[in-house]
Design a protein around this ligand. Structure first.
Ligand code: NI
Length: 172
């Protein structure tokens, strides 16, 4: 288990389309463990593998750990089977877009097929925060960030702020 560095926008890696996992084996499980450590360490509730630079269709989430008990969820090769027309709006943030938040509208419910930590086929019926979170994470697998839903102006303002606040920026 290890905490990895989270890649932040702007970075082309985040725009890659992640590849399906052929089999959930020891490598994938140890990757999921590292992703979970990284997510908890960064105080996040969801993380996609591409955010630590690995273009595989793997997501970890735990939407309630900051309220007490840890209940990690693992999604390999998730596919949205159904989503409803009704929308809901949440203020979203992203570990790859640090300290920036915006209200984003998404389908309020969805049904997702996926493989779990052990590689077993599962279906999740999600609504509320869980539905928003899984959709946000699944966007990462397509190279999409929540700021892509904002106006050009808002998005470019956020990117400017991110560039200004980069901790690894060196001025000589
Ligand atoms: Ni994100």
């Amino acid at each position: 288990m290890a905490v990895k560095r989270i890649i932040t926008e702007p970075n082309k890696i985040l725009r890659q389309i992640s590849k399906p996992v052929e089999e959930v084996g020891m490598y994938e499980q140890s990757l999921m463990n590292d992703m979970l450590d990284t997510m908890y360490d960064a105080n996040g509730i969801g993380l996609a593998a591409i955010q630590i630079g690995i273009p595989k269709r793997i997501i970890v989430m735990d939407i309630s750990w900051n309220k007490g008990e840890k209940k990690p969820m693992f999604f390999v090769n998730p596919v949205i089977k159904k989503n409803n027309k009704q929308k809901s709006i949440y203020e979203e943030g992203c570990l790859s877009v640090p300290n920036q938040f915006a209200e984003i509208e998404r389908p309020s419910k969805c049904e997702v097929d996926y493989l779990n930590y052990k590689g077993k086929k599962k279906t999740l019926k999600a609504e509320g925060l869980l539905a928003t979170c899984i959709q946000h994470e699944m966007d990462h697998l397509e190279g999409i960030l929540f700021i892509d839903y904002l106006s050009k102006l808002k998005k470019s303002m956020i990117i400017k702020k991110l560039l200004k606040n980069r901790p690894d920026r060196i001025v000589v």
